[in-house]
Design a protein around this ligand. Structure first.
Ligand code: SAH
Length: 377
């Protein structure tokens, strides 16, 4: 039976107020429910102890509120990365990652949650573990928000909170546009999760109409474009579903930058001797000259595909150096969680690939002492 009730995490304050009015409840009940959901991270209706019992029963009957079940959870050896495989109400699993960055001289400490927007992905990028699993379905806004709440709940137990959210987990966010944007709004809404603006980034393989639509939303959310090559034919080898040319993608991203006044990011997964040569660095710099962007180089996480090995360290540094000398803003992404298969789709690939599964959550590797590890188990 498909679930017909609305997910409480899909509702705004106005939606809930309307519901309460219809049930002859005082209007402040809407705020109470939202506070339980988004400030106290309740795990069930019954936890909302200041709501009358009869109201809790009615809420339970009419709205869906299920906390995703933790199928598997892993913590990296240094304690900085926790990856959860979460099971949604219909049984499909998605990955969510928490990355903790200690404070530096220049930046405050950050707790970044990386969420999935789809179960599986239709884009089929050859170096991506999710891409090899095919597409199952879109997630609802509530299911996207629930992933953030999962880690918010764990963090609050050690007096911390989520500071950043990146839409870089499984799936193509802009192929699930309406639900992704509804999740962004819920997470920014001061009456709901209330994450300050400018702390979210949507990553896309490059869907031009949706990128342009996003540019006009008037939302404070960053844009990352997954480019991976300066050449159209070579890019199509890596991203076989690519529908738009690189010049069209960059024009759309630049339009987004012009309208939002922000720089976009260019994601570039470095694959040894495939897209990391000096000529490609030069061609990339040529493409990006004059655009408001910043390049993130990501030495590719190893997956089952033997044809996409990670670039050797010297090649990564040479590629970075070449871009920098050509005047391009560039950084090499700080790698996290390689030891726990934290790359997009890797954990799900492992776990779903070896059924029957263990029933209980499992925590590998003890936390290091640099940062307190966060486990929600
Ligand atoms: N579909 C969106 C967002 C999800 S993937 C997109 O393509 O942008 C988020 C980022 O991780 C993308 O830049 C993607 O190319 C990259 N990625 C996927 N698999 C990877 C791997 N094995 N190693 C490094 N980066 C990877």
């Amino acid at each position: 039976m498909p679930e017909l009730r609305r997910n409480v995490l899909d509702l705004t304050h106005a939606d809930l107020s309307g519901l309460m009015a219809g049930w002859d409840q005082p209007s402040y009940r809407a705020g109470q429910v939202l506070a339980w959901m988004y400030r106290r991270f309740a795990g069930s209706w019954d936890a909302m102890t200041d709501l009358p019992r009869a109201l809790r029963a009615r809420l339970a009957a009419e709205l869906q509120f299920t906390v995703p079940e933790v199928e598997t959870e892993r913590i990296s050896a240094d304690g900085s990365t926790t990856k959860a495989l979460l099971r949604l109400s219909d049984g499909v699993t998605v990955e969510t990652v928490l990355m903790r960055y200690a404070a530096t001289e220049r930046a405050r400490a950050r707790n970044t949650v990386c969420v999935s927007t789809q179960a599986g992905c239709a884009m089929a990028c050859v170096f991506c573990a999710t891409g090899q699993q095919g597409f199952l379905r879109n997630l609802s806004a509530g299911e996207i928000v629930a992933q953030v709440l999962h880690f918010a709940r764990a963090l609050v137990a050690c007096g911390e909170h989520v500071t950043n959210i990146v839409f870089m987990g499984m799936g193509e966010p802009l192929a699930n546009y309406a639900h992704t944007l509804a999740a962004v709004r819920a997470l920014q809404d001061p009456q709901r999760f209330g994450l300050g603006s400018r702390h979210m980034t949507i990553s896309t393989v490059g869907l031009v109409p949706q990128m342009l639509r996003l540019a006009h939303e008037g939302l404070q959310v960053g844009l990352a474009l997954s480019l991976h090559s300066p050449y159209d034919d070579a890019r199509r080898e890596l991203v076989p579903t690519a529908r738009y040319r690189i010049d069209e993608l960059l024009a759309a991203a630049q339009e987004w930058a012009a309208l939002t006044g922000r720089r976009f990011s260019v994601e570039y997964a470095l694959i040894n001797a495939v897209n990391d040569t000096p000529q490609q660095a030069e061609a990339l710099a040529e493409r990006l000259r004059g655009l408001s962007c910043h390049v993130n180089l990501i030495p590719v996480n190893p997956t089952a595909n033997a044809r996409t090995p990670r670039s050797r360290r010297a090649r990564v540094l040479a590629f970075e150096q070449a871009l920098r000398e050509l005047g391009i803003n560039v950084t090499v992404r700080v790698e996290k969680g390689v030891d726990i298969a934290a790359g997009c789709g890797q954990l799900r690939g492992e776990v779903e690939g070896r059924r029957p599964r263990a029933a209980s959550a499992l925590t590998l590797a003890p936390p290091g002492d640099a940062l307190p590890a966060v486990s929600s188990a």
